[in-house]
Design a protein around this ligand. Structure first.
Ligand code: NIG
Ligand code: FE
Length: 413
């Protein structure tokens, strides 16, 4: 797809030289070009610069006077393949039950698993594609999707096949993560080691056979899976070429971050509870910390201490965690706004965290996350706005006029 954007009020996140990710003080720098053009050829960013250097060519042109362009959001942590919703548990929480109490009574992840197991692959695909289409309209151009609501071989593979089908049918970049170790199913209630062994001996070979996953994940948390379990799952993942990404430090700190770093995981996600030794451990590593502010908002739990982490020199990515239990929203605009409002990140830091650092957390930094020649033209064209700070300022709303994936305008279906 070829298109020339002209008179762009501000072209945001312009990086002449590709970068992997940004850390510490670098996160507060967001390079832009004012009064710019952007040329898209064959779905890729072919050229950009100031309007005075705009090429004079016969091509479809979009006049972006008063509007801005930024790379699409990169949402590195979601669970958008699920069956049914859990608004009844939401009401239970309003009435005083805790997330843990609900889970202990058979709600939570096990509730979603029960529904998913009896949902056909076709129905699951149809429910999930609505969410994918929704997040595309909200400006997301790359997304990671996890399994983990199956908890049986059949149901986990069903989830991963749905993710593969979404990947085949939609132009958005998708990465798939195997999260079999999300919770212990009823049938293995007193046999955790048997469950882990089943994931490793039974499901992982089947995943490899159909090439269904890029990453492996585990919920490393008190009452779910231990650090030793995490080590076992990460070791097994490595044998199958699956890079690790872990759910960790959501409610308690049990040393999962250190285990993740030791195993070179790509990201450690949640991090609502952070000790100073956890921050220390993440310094000078290639592991991306990922904050999920919609989960903190929805569950009323602490926000990831972004200020402390960035001031200590760490990188940080932002993602939605879109799932039926702890964050039933895939709105990256809200995530970026909440990061500014509640975590005191600057608009520059939050936009960097929601674009290039998110791309890195999916191993997609060579394809998306910045305006760089050769990257995919996955773009957000804003409405007329005065400054990019208006994006987080206008929380609960969004400033998106049009979205483009590989240079193609994606209209609401
Ligand atoms: O990332 N923390 C673990 N898993 C999900 C929520 C699971 C659920 O409640 O369905 C999360 O928050
Ligand atoms: Fe999650």
């Amino acid at each position: 797809m070829n298109v020339l954007f002209k008179n762009i009020k501000e072209l945001i996140q312009v990086r002449e030289i590709a970068i992997d990710f940004l850390s510490g003080k670098e996160m507060n720098v967001l390079p832009t070009l004012k009064n710019a053009f952007l040329l898209v050829e064959n779905g890729l960013i072919a050229d950009f610069g100031f309007m005075e250097d705009c090429p004079d060519i016969e091509i479809r042109t979009i006049d972006a006077t008063g509007k801005m362009i930024l790379p699409s959001w990169c949402d590195s942590h979601t669970h958008i393949v699920y069956a049914g919703n859990r608004e009844d548990e939401f009401v239970d929480r309003i009435n005083g039950l805790s997330y843990k109490e609900i889970a202990d009574n058979g709600g939570g992840i096990l509730n979603s698993a029960k529904r998913l197991q009896t949902t056909s692959e076709e129905d699951l695909y149809n429910q999930s594609k609505v969410r994918l289409e929704e997040i595309i309209q909200l400006g997301t151009g790359a997304v990671e999707i996890k399994s983990g609501y199956g908890l049986t071989k059949d149901a986990e593979l069903k989830m991963l096949r749905v993710i593969r089908k979404l990947k085949e049918k939609y132009p958005i970049e998708i990465k798939a993560t195997f999260l079999g170790a999300h919770a212990l199913p009823e049938t293995y209630k007193y046999n955790k080691s048997g469950y882990l062994q089943m994931l490793i001996d039974d499901i992982l070979p089947a995943i490899q056979k159909e090439n269904l996953a890029d990453f492996i994940d585990i919920f490393c948390e008190t009452g779910y899976f231990s650090v030793a379990d995490t080590q076992q799952i990460l070791d097994a993942g490595k044998k199958y070429g699956l890079v690790g990404k872990i759910h960790v430090n959501q409610f308690t700190t049990i040393g999962g971050i250190q285990a993740g770093i030791k195993n070179d995981v790509l990201s450690v996600d949640h991090l609502e509870e952070m000790r100073s030794e956890d921050i220390e451990a993440l310094k000078n590593t290639k592991t991306m910390p990922v904050a999920l502010p919609s989960c903190s908002y929805f569950l009323s739990i602490p926000y990831t201490p972004a200020r402390k982490m960035i001031d200590a020199g760490l990188p940080l990515a932002l993602a939605t965690d879109y799932n039926p239990g702890s964050a039933p929203s895939g709105n990256m605009n809200f995530v970026v706004a909440t990061a500014c409002i509640k975590m005191k990140m600057t608009p520059e830091e939050a936009i960097n965290a929601g674009t290039i650092n998110g791309a890195y957390a999916m191993n997609l930094q060579d394809k998306v996350g910045t305006i760089t020649k050769g990257k995919l033209a996955n773009l957000i064209l804003t409405k007329e706005i005065n400054s990019y700070s208006f994006i987080p300022y206008s929380f609960g709303n969004h400033c998106i006029e049009k979205v483009f994936l590989k240079g193609l305008e994606i209209k609401k279906s």
